[in-house]
Design a binder for this molecule. Structure first.
Ligand code: GLU
Length: 472
């Protein structure tokens, strides 16, 4: 059996869009599942709109998602000489012809057709020209067969048929000598021996033209799978109005790539009612036959649900590596405070995004945090300084801050004053973290360690004394 070969063929005219990423993912999964090859091809023949920044952004997005490619990136702009050879081949075989009609002539014909309520289609004036006028400006057109129809069995959409008479004699080379889009896609997919083309269903109308070109060039026609587009919650095409559409924007908002991958794959594909899939499971279970025919609706709540799941269950070491840069972006020098892995462990359960985790981790590293005065006010009854002092002193005697030690130490203070655990824990939490919303106090103290906890209590004592002076 011949090798299974799939490709992702983005046009570098913007960032990697959520829809493009899903197309890339489906191709990648199918290639991995069938132990085939996944090829990356940059479709940059539109020189005016293609940019290096876009290429870089697309590669960055794919790498972030973990969609590694086996060949490429190939650039269509490197292949102009090949496309020209294929145009020559079709010309010499009489399957294409030079068309000398001027833009004005074509416009006039178009208007006439519209007036007569006919479909404006090239009338074939130059199709059977004899004699050669090479030096006159011309385009090259493909001789679309007259009559008959072009049919294909789309893996997702089922059988699709187009009547050939609906199709124009497609321009394959412009008058400036550059090849056109549908032509280069076919030459590349044919010469790269692509076996299955998975792409957005905005390309369905291109497919019959492309099939006719494969046939004319004498190459096997690949299988096609046209994936329905992604809609926003209001059922219009997903756009910036619905939120971020760039994959990298999701990284910047603190999403994990495995959450985005898991989310994207379910936008169109399903496996019973299972929602969570590891990459290995996806490779095993993904199947184009189970991709639905209707458009997927982007649901940000579900994405965030998946993200919290992956944060909660993630390996703390890895999350720590990811958290570092988010903290650095917030001006934190992570080497200045507690070990990141221990910090992560205290925050995994409470963070829906890595940005949330970074915000939640700030107090570990920012020793000059502000206090939540409102929360503190409840405890300003004259005993607070004393309480903080007692906790500090008992910490000075502890040599190891583990849960058990801290609990015993707090229990002792409670007993000696006849107060409840929360009456000690809440004010202590404010002293150590600035506020009341933070991970469990014992966890925090364990991560901060004795010395840092003592320093924070001393800072809080000074702050409270200052507050009390102001109040008098
Ligand atoms: N370059 C095309 C696009 O970005 C993809 C063409 C294809 O997959 O056949 O939409």
């Amino acid at each position: 059996m011949s090798e299974v070969r799939l490709r992702f063929a983005p046009s570098p005219t913007g960032y990697l869009h959520v829809g493009g990423a899903r197309t890339a993912l489906f191709n990648w999964l199918q290639a991995r599942k069938e132990k085939g090859r996944f090829i990356l091809r940059i479709e940059d023949t539109d020189v005016a709109r293609s940019t290096q920044e876009s290429v870089d952004a697309i590669l960055e997005g794919m790498k972030w998602l973990g969609l590694d490619w086996d060949e490429g990136p190939y650039y269509q702009s490197d292949n102009f000489h090949i496309y020209r050879e294929f145009v020559e081949k079709l010309l010499s075989e009489g399957k294409a012809y030079r068309c000398y009609c001027t833009a004005e002539e074509l416009d006039a014909k178009r208007e006439k057709a519209l007036k007569e309520k006919r479909k404006p289609k090239y009338d074939g004036t130059c199709r059977n020209l004899t004699g050669v006028l090479h030096d006159k400006p011309h385009v090259v057109r493909f001789k679309t067969p007259h009559g008959g129809s072009t049919v294909f069995d789309d893996i997702i959409k089922g059988r699709i048929a187009f009547s050939n008479d609906e199709l124009d004699d497609l321009i394959i080379q412009r008058s400036d000598g550059t090849p056109t889009y549908n032509f280069v896609v076919v030459v590349d997919d044919a010469t790269m021996r692509i076996t299955t083309v998975i792409r957005g269903d905005d390309h369905v109308n291109n497919t019959p033209r492309q099939i006719l070109l494969y046939e004319a060039l004498g190459y096997p026609v690949p299988r096609f799978a046209h994936v329905p587009m992604i809609l926003g919650s209001d059922k219009t095409r997903l756009s910036k109005r619905h939120g971020a559409t760039s994959v990298i924007a999701y990284r910047d908002m603190g999403y994990l790539p495995e959450a985005v991958v898991n989310y994207l794959v379910r936008l169109g594909w399903s496996y019973g009612d299972q929602e969570i899939f590891s990459t290995e499971e996806l490779i095993e279970k993904f199947s184009l036959d189970a991709v639905g025919r209707s458009a997927g609706v982007f649901n940000p709540d579900k994405l965030i649900w998946l993200n919290s799941h992956y944060i909660k269950t993630g390996d703390p070491e890895r999350l720590a590596t990811l958290l570092g840069p988010y903290l650095e972006q917030k001006g934190i020098d992570v080497s200045s405070g507690p070990n990141l892995v221990s910090v992560v462990k205290t925050l995994q359960d409470r963070s829906k995004t890595m940005i949330e985790m970074a915000d939640g981790a700030l107090f570990y590293y920012k020793t000059d945090f502000e206090y939540d005065d409102k929360a503190l006010a409840k405890f300003l009854n004259g005993n607070l300084v004393q309480l903080y002092g007692e906790i500090r002193d008992s910490l000075k005697e502890a040599d190891n801050l583990d849960h058990g030690t801290i609990e015993a130490l707090f229990a002792k203070i409670c007993a000696s004053h006849g107060i409840k655990m929360k009456d000690v824990a809440l004010p202590a939490r404010i002293a150590l973290t600035g506020g009341t919303a933070a991970p469990g106090l014992f966890d925090v103290m364990e991560v901060l360690g004795c010395r840092e906890s003592i320093q924070r209590l001393e800072r809080a004592i000074e702050y409270v004394q200052e507050l009390e002076r102001e109040r008098q």
